[in-house]
Design a protein around this ligand. Structure first.
Ligand SMILES: [Zn+2]
Length: 689
């Protein structure tokens, strides 16, 4: 049976699909001949009778492997089109282009057989409904899979043999280089060598990868990396040590001096994707201890692994984005940092017996021992977002949403009507062309040929219009809402706030409800405000500004009014008097206590307010020794003068006195006493008695 007899009018009415694929981007770039050959098959379809317009090229999978269909959107589209019966011919350079996996290949053959689709490769045309063709195609698929298997087995087998002998070249780790006889030795560069030693030593001391990063950062020690490929091969660059690097080094058994190969296994999961899993030590393919000098012993390596595993519990993947958890932070798993764009995590603390939540962006800080990006108190933000959510589900908001939905539906229906009219028109034209062809007299060859061509063309236009229609309809996804559904949406307006505010609703349930409505929340601190941007499901956004809550020290800070009062009072009163005045005016400190002289003094110090004494001294008042020196008397005498009212003095701080300098000569209060004082002590002692 030759190729032409397999192709029928029915096949020709449908489209011909050319599937083009190359395994890797490298092949796409280098192996252009093969790609050109694949595109060349298009001409083959025209020789078989298909129009140019009917031939569709699917080349979305350039650079994708055929080992699995999961990541090949082009292959999936091909299968979908064949399943819908829209394809008369599938073209590929050989079976391996279509599938390297027998299951995928046989499924495609099965569907092609059911929908009567032909398959073409460079060797010929096959009809999967014919037993011989199907057998041949099946064999081609098996061979293709076997070819892949053999290729892989030969490559991996060679690698494994070399690895078993310990001769496989693997990229040397930081701290190692290959010598002339291709053996791994310590890096001769002393700086690199000691940096690696220091890393292990610091971990031994601190027991934490984060602390190692902090130590390196604090002492400005840079981490070396050596290039092994490219223009800069052999060069060493120094950069900041990151936590990921430390973990990689600590987890790598090659630093014990062992040659290790095959520590991981790749396995295809039920979703068709490859999963890499780490194997236990006893399952490693090759393990040759003491193959090269080691930085640490095997025992130390194992101790490190245990320590890292323990540390890992507090910083596991589960803390990033994941399912709803028990804590009371409403936005757990939904918050993004408005400054750096990373996901923020929740940190809980207990204050006065209450659980307090904070949203923190600490990832960069942890990675490179830098400061935390930002930390935002959870309570105020949670309240604002909760309020916004309750407001979003009000009767008015739902009414508007339903109206908009109706409007969209009406608009889509109108567009759909227009699209359907286009298809109808194409169908009418095709039918007209068919009638004209049927009516033509067979002996009039020239007319018949023209009419046949016109009929074929109109059929092609019809097929195109139909495909366009179904594609557009699928993209639009027209929805209908029944009255019952509308009523249920209306009831939501009253149910939702009730459930939300009910104290019996658990934090977990509230978070679940929130996740049905909100995609994510971005937080950014801006001075005294927290800017909150909520992204709702469906793409709408709401922006809120929440005042920043006070820190714990701000909460106990003395009220600003009291500080102003002290500032005014201090110009005319000592600290104990100020305390009395404040208490009589019923002022209280930040912690709610009454004022004492020491409390007032502390506040003055903290806010740099001058005391009453300092005020007086600045305007020329003198201390006791100063006034005594100025008027030439004993300080004790000056004190008596003050008592007698000869000198003007005030008490400023406990016992301390300040004196106003006398403007004129001092009146003599007690001349006798004064004279006695002026006489040198020893001379008049006997006279007195
Ligand atoms: Zn951040």
């Amino acid at each position: 049976m030759n190729a032409q007899t397999k192709v029928t009018a029915d096949h020709l009415r449908k489209q011909a699909i050319l599937y083009v694929r190359q395994s890797t981007l490298h092949q796409v770039k280098e192996n252009r001949e093969s790609t050109a050959l694949q595109y060349d098959l298009k001409r083959h379809a025209q020789e078989l009778g298909w129009n140019v317009e009917q031939t569709v090229v699917i080349d979305e999978d350039l650079g994708e492997s055929a080992a699995t269909a999961t990541d090949r959107s082009g292959f999936q589209r091909l299968v979908a089109e064949v399943t819908l019966g829209r394809v008369g011919l599938v073209m590929g350079l050989n079976a391996s282009r279509l599938a390297r996996n027998n299951a995928d290949w046989h499924r495609l053959l099965e569907i092609c057989a059911l929908t009567g689709t032909l398959i073409v490769d460079e060797d010929g045309v096959y009809d999967p409904n014919h037993f011989n063709d199907r057998l041949l195609l099946g064999l081609k698929g098996t061979m293709s899979e076997a070819e892949l298997y053999m290729l892989r087995a030969r490559l991996i087998g060679g690698l494994l043999n070399k690895a078993r002998r310990g001769e496989l070249w693997v990229r040397p780790l930081t701290g190692y280089v290959y010598d002339e006889s291709q053996r791994l030795v310590f890096d001769p560069d002393e700086q690199i060598h000691s940096a690696v030693r220091l890393l292990f030593e610091t971990f031994r001391r601190t027991g934490s990868a984060g602390q190692v990063v902090k130590y390196f950062s604090k002492h400005s020690i840079l981490w070396p990396s050596r290039f092994f490929e490219g223009k800069r091969a052999g060069k060493v660059v120094f950069g900041r040590l990151q936590r990921g690097m430390v973990l990689n080094i600590l987890h790598n058994p090659r630093y014990t001096g062992a040659f290790v190969y095959g520590r991981t296994r790749t396995r295809k999961g039920p979703d068709g994707r490859m999963h890499i899993c780490l194997l236990a030590h006893q399952d490693w393919k090759v393990f040759l201890p003491n193959a090269h000098p080691g930085y640490i012993s095997w025992q130390e390596y194992e101790t490190n692994q245990v320590k890292l595993r323990e540390n890992g519990h507090s910083d596991g993947k589960d803390r990033h984005k994941g399912p709803v958890r028990e804590g009371n932070a409403l936005l757990q798993g939904l918050v993004l940092c408005g400054r750096c764009g990373l996901r923020m995590t929740v940190r809980y603390s207990v204050r006065k017996g209450h659980q307090i939540s904070n949203y923190v962006c600490a990832r960069r800080g942890i990675e490179s021992a830098g400061p935390m990006c930002q930390c935002i108190a959870g309570l105020a933000v949670d309240g604002a977002v909760g309020q916004a959510t309750v407001e979003a589900v009000t009767p008015a908001a739902l009414d508007v949403a339903l109206q908009v939905f109706e409007e969209l539906r009406a608009r889509k229906a109108e567009v759909d009507r227009l699209r359907r009219a286009q298809v109808e028109r194409a169908r009418e034209e095709a039918e007209l062309a068919q009638r004209q062809y049927m009516l033509a007299r067979p002996e009039n060859r020239l007319v018949v040929d023209t009419l046949e061509r016109q009929w074929n063309e109109s059929m092609a236009r019809l097929a195109q219009a139909e495909a366009e229609y179904s594609r557009a309809t699928k993209a639009d996804g027209i929805l209908e809402l029944s009255t019952e559904v509308k009523e249920r949406i209306g009831a939501l307006a009253s149910d939702f706030p009730r459930v939300w505010k009910d104290p019996r609703t658990s934090a977990r349930d509230r978070k679940r409800m929130l996740r049905l409505l909100i995609d994510d929340v971005t937080l950014a601190r801006d001075g005294e405000l927290i800017r909150v941007h909520i992204r709702w499901k469906g793409g709408a956004t709401t922006s809120l500004d929440v005042p920043r809550p006070h820190n714990c020290f701000e909460l106990v800070r003395t009220p600003a009014a009291v500080i102003e009062e002290i500032r005014v009072l201090a110009t005319g009163q000592a600290d104990d008097q100020i305390a009395c005045t404040l208490n009589s005016r019923r002022y209280r400190s930040g912690t709610g206590k009454s004022f004492t002289a020491s409390r007032v003094r502390y506040i003055r110090f903290a806010y740099g307010i001058e005391s009453y004494g300092q005020h007086l001294q600045r305007s020329g008042w003198l201390t006791l020794p100063e006034i005594a020196r100025k008027i030439g008397v004993h300080p004790h005498t000056a004190r008596i003068y003050a008592k007698e009212g000869i000198l003007r003095a005030v008490r400023v701080n406990g016992k301390d006195l300040l004196f106003q300098p006398p403007t004129g000569p001092l009146p003599c209060a007690h001349p006798a006493k004064e004279n006695r004082r002026r006489v040198p002590h020893g001379l008049h002692s006997s006279d007195e008695e």
